[in-house]
Design a protein around this ligand. Structure first.
Ligand SMILES: Cc1cc2nc3c(=O)[nH]c(=O)nc-3n(C[C@H](O)[C@H](O)[C@H](O)COP(=O)(O)OP(=O)(O)OC[C@H]3O[C@@H](n4cnc5c(N)ncnc54)[C@H](O)[C@@H]3O)c2cc1C
Length: 315
């Protein structure tokens, strides 16, 4: 119930307006969000780089509904690519298509993407397209395939809670597009997504293994050193990580054949554990003033976070 409530609140404009005006809300959100601008996020990214972590920076924003806001989001991404390059930060950039106007003006979105891809090409940096709710899964996959035809250093995200995901995995692997495997963070009806956690977990393991097995073919065709591995498993669920590590070991894969990704502010102990064991660990660092929906999704994932949020009222 709490999960559904917070996922509803993540999309409710009235709640966004209300909650973002409470000072304590930002105090609580800043556990998961690295700052309100890229300067603060880059400082944290460099610090984590020096500890050995790879980074994915996420300039927060989604469901943009004006041309000006979409252009501003693209400008932020382009500026971030420049700063990552100038400061030699080991990071790529994660973007959301709805932040670039996909939902109200596809032509605008594609022209902004071209601008971003040009900068990515110039700086040699990788762009990951985050996956949003199932109403735009098709468009996200189609657009990522189009992006790859312009600049090959792009990747996508697949959600194991969707029934369609196995077929999507084969579609993107055919195009040699690297995948970040996640469980899925949105509220989806049982017509499109597994309602039971056990099924989501089983599908996560199965799809991760399919992707990893495609690795050898992928490496032969694309050996660019800037390209991240074909598979990143993005989870804080240790059994998911252990299952993949076992599968990789039994099948002769090496530690560098895949990445483990986790979110900034969540399970720091696990992040350090797998880094110390010699696996590549990438931390996803969101930043920016549009932190509200991201923060609500993090509250939805874990009831304990709600108490943490409320405890900030009294601080
Ligand atoms: C790097 C990265 C990128 C992502 N990108 C996307 C994307 O593009 N699209 C998308 O739909 N989803 C994305 N997600 C979110 C993902 O779909 C899940 O919602 C999220 O990772 C929680 O699921 P879990 O795999 O950690 O497992 P769960 O079973 O939800 O959690 C396992 C354990 O992890 C810890 N944990 C999980 N979430 C939290 C939290 N919020 N606060 C504190 N502890 C927590 C708890 O200890 C929990 O018991 C991403 C996640 C990561 C790590």
């Amino acid at each position: 119930m709490l999960r559904i409530l917070f996922l509803y609140l993540s999309k409710a404009k009235w709640a966004n307006n209300l909650i973002t005006h409470w000072g304590f809300a930002w105090r609580a959100a800043s556990r998961f969000v690295a700052g309100e601008d890229n300067e603060q996020a880059l400082i944290i990214a460099s610090q984590l780089n020096s500890e050995g972590f790879r980074i994915a920076l996420d300039p927060l924003g989604e469901h943009t509904n004006t041309t000006d806001a979409a252009i501003a989001a693209a400008d932020e991404i382009v500026g971030l690519l420049d700063k990552i390059n100038q400061n030699s930060v080991n990071s790529y950039v994660s973007i959301k298509l709805s932040q670039l106007g996909l939902l109200f003006d596809e032509t605008l979105c594609y022209s902004l993407l071209k601008k971003i891809l040009l900068k990515a090409k110039e700086t040699g940096l990788f762009i990951r397209v985050d996956m949003e709710d199932s109403s735009i899964t098709n468009k996200t996959i189609e657009t990522t395939i189009w992006m790859r035809s312009i600049y090959q250093n792009v990747g996508v995200v697949i959600q194991s809670y969707l029934y369609r995901s196995e077929s999507d995995v084969f579609t993107v692997l055919k195009e040699l597009i690297p995948v970040r495997m996640v469980k899925g963070a949105y509220n989806e009806p049982k017509e499109v997504a597994y309602p039971n956690k056990a099924d989501v977990n089983e599908n996560f393991d199965k799809l991760s293994q399919i992707i990893l097995k495609s690795n050898l073919k992928f490496q032969k065709l694309d050996s660019s050193p800037l390209h991240p591995p074909i598979l990143a498993i993005a989870t804080h669920d240790e059994p998911r990580i252990k299952n993949l590590l076992d599968f990789a070991r039994i099948n002769g894969f090496e530690k560098l054949d895949f990445e483990i990704q986790m979110l900034y502010g969540i399970r720091r102990d696990l992040q350090e554990k797998y880094l110390d064991l010699g696996y590549p660990v990438r931390i996803y660092i969101p930043y920016g003033t549009h932190w509200y929906p991201y923060f609500m999704r993090r509250l939805a994932e874990r009831p304990a976070n709600v108490w943490f949020f409320l405890s900030n009222i009294f601080k």
